[in-house]
Unconditional design. Sequence first.
Length: 136
Amino acid sequence: MFDCKAIKKFKPKRRENIQVKNFISLDFLPNCIHNVYVRIIGKLKLQGFWRKHRQARKPLEKWVQVVEQSQWDNWSNVKSTFGSADLVKMKTGNFVVFNIGGNKYRLITTVNFKGQIVIVDVVLTHPEYDRGKWKG
């Protein structure tokens, strides 16, 4: 069984222009003791984004607040919390894409429902998202 304390100590390396296809496997997470509320891994990516795009700060902070008070057991829970969220299925895995700040920004995440964990993969402006480079 995987030691869940390692997740709390996990600090992703700070990289720019990370492509989604390079992210870690979440296969080990279902063996962990379940969190009561959703935990977010990758808040530094959010902070780095809002330093470049100052208007994104408040909407991203609000997203964090809502997510950390949520309990998501399945996709329908996410959809009921964020009606504009999309589930994007790709060869590299399933991603949840959130519209942030009145559809000005896109937040691409990986969600592990059993572990109640959301990993921030990448934050983009809407035009950057439309170019599709995040798909790798």
